[in-house]
Write a protein that binds this ligand. Structure first.
Ligand code: ADP
Ligand code: ZN
Length: 448
């Protein structure tokens, strides 16, 4: 956590720093309007409300949000493609959908007003990172159905920055253009930021003198504080965390400010709650659970109490930056990313935290989970830095032993540690694939 912020730019103080009471009053008004609106316009929510016996007039305070039914990811799939839309298709100006590697993707629609709201919250997000019209934004998030590329693009355009619409891939060219165009802001996944740092080193491009980056806006996948330190040191920039998801809007649901003490939720549009994922019960600020979001203003596809499956906790206090929005802390992971190994819950981010504390290791790893003789087995494959790997087998063995014990203490289970040479673990242009769960392959194989 930084106590001395590098800047304190705010895009729109009148909305972002509005007194808390006023913010809450506006939220309640918008929530009442939303419930009224979907009761009329959305056959899906009309049915859901009937089942729960809720009527618009039941929403008298913000706490009454809890009376409303949850929406889950399967509701999106079951109502594929447009059944969750609350507006007719002629009012929709954009359609995005998730990568959906299995089955039908989750679709999200936007009206012109939704697009305007998205641009606005992206302008807030870029400004929170200190970006202005003077900046050159090198945008390596993918353009296309994935919301990352276009989301950043709209915000950068709104603040008047020069945007380079790169998408991921062709790494050498990314470095060349960053250098030639004088990029000052880099936007991509944290894992791809590391790939770019590695590429610059391979090309002999000295980051400190040849690349002008000052800010990085990274998100779309979980990353630890240790990963932040690694990226900041390698790319010589200040790294900011941005969070979002296609179903809700895309990137910009929440974003860090220069205090780096949690991500500000744009809660004049996205009302957050934290719930116990097993019971659905609401949890107070400070307690970790599943993030649930209600889109207060979205027109084309409003979502009521959408269960994100992301695990985090809310801050109880206000941020010194002056914004009065709620904040959530860095995500611990997703309920569906959580591995259950020998009955123990393990988040990949816990393992990442330990690995990256060791200077001997490079920040590239993959977790392979398998079942052998009916017993779960976790293998942690991690790259050693070249200088360390060159020390030879004995040094490697001693280190592996030490790491094994550290992991055992952290996870309460034993794992196999495999140290591999640098640049052997597969890199990704977008979200990194950190887990290979062979147990799932076994089950699906058995079904065929
Ligand atoms: P999907 O990955 O489900 O196809 P998205 O591309 O919209 O859909 O990704 C949204 C998900 O990405 C979030 O629910 C969250 O799990 C993850 N994510 C996005 N931003 C962050 C972030 N800053 N930190 C951690 N996880 C993130
Ligand atoms: Zn702040």
């Amino acid at each position: 956590m930084s106590t001395k912020p590098s800047h304190n730019l705010v895009w729109d103080r009148s909305t972002e720093c509005v007194p808390l009471e006023e913010r809450r009053a506006l939220q309640l008004k918008k929530l009442q309007d939303l419930v009224e609106r979907v009761s009329v316009q959305s056959p899906f929510y009309r049915k859901q409300f009937q089942k729960k016996g809720v009527k618009p007039e039941n929403i008298k305070t913000l706490d009454d949000l809890r009376r409303l039914p949850f929406t889950v990811k399967d509701d999106l799939r079951d109502n594929y493609p447009f059944e969750l839309f609350s507006t007719p298709i002629q009012d929709v100006v954009r359609i995005h959908c998730s990568s959906g590697t299995t089955g039908k993707p989750a679709v999200s629609g936007y009206t012109a007003r939704d697009m305007e709201m998205w641009s606005e919250i992206m302008a807030r997000s870029l400004t929170a990172a200190g970006a202005t019209y003077r900046d050159v934004v090198h945008n390596s998030y993918g353009y296309g159905l994935f919301t990352g590329g276009l989301g950043i693009d709209m915000g950068a355009r709104k603040i008047g920055a020069a945007t380079v619409p790169m998408s991921g891939g062709i790494n050498n060219r990314q470095i060349m253009l960053m250098e030639d165009f004088g990029a000052t802001v880099l936007t991509c996944t944290p894992s791809y930021a590391l790939v770019l740092a590695e590429t610059a080193a391979q090309m002999g491009v000295h980051v400190q003198s040849m690349i002008k980056l000052k800010v990085g806006i990274f998100g779309a996948e979980p990353w630890t504080e240790e990963m932040r330190a690694e990226i900041e040191a390698k790319l010589r920039l200040e790294a900011y965390d941005i969070f979002g998801m296609g179903e809700v809007i895309g990137p910009g649901v929440s974003m860090e400010c220069a205090y780096h003490n949690g991500l500000h939720i744009q809660d004049d549009h996205f009302l957050p709650e934290i719930i116990n994922p097993d019971t659905g019960e609401s949890l107070p600020p400070g307690e970790q659970g599943e993030l649930v979001i209600t889109t207060l203003t979205k027109e084309a596809m409003p979502l009521i109490r959408y269960r994100t499956r992301d695990i985090t906790r809310l801050a109880a206090d206000l941020c010194p930056c002056g914004r009065t929005s709620a904040r959530h802390f860095k995500l611990a992971g997703r309920t569906d990313d959580m591995l259950i190994i020998k009955g123990v819950n393990v988040f990949p981010s816990q393992i990442e935290g330990v690995l990256l504390r060791h200077g001997e290791l490079a920040p590239q790893y993959v977790l392979v989970v398998d079942r052998v003789n009916n017993l779960d087995r976790l293998e942690i494959q991690v790259e050693a830095r070249e200088e360390f790997y060159d020390l030879g087998e004995e040094a490697m063995e001693q280190f592996t032993h030490k790491l094994y014990h550290e992991m055992q203490q952290l996870l309460y289970i034993s794992s196999k540690i495999t140290i591999v040479p640098q640049r052997t673990i597969q890199r990704s242009e977008g979200k990194a694939k950190r887990v290979i769960d062979k147990r799932k392959e076994l089950t699906s194989g058995a079904l065929i």
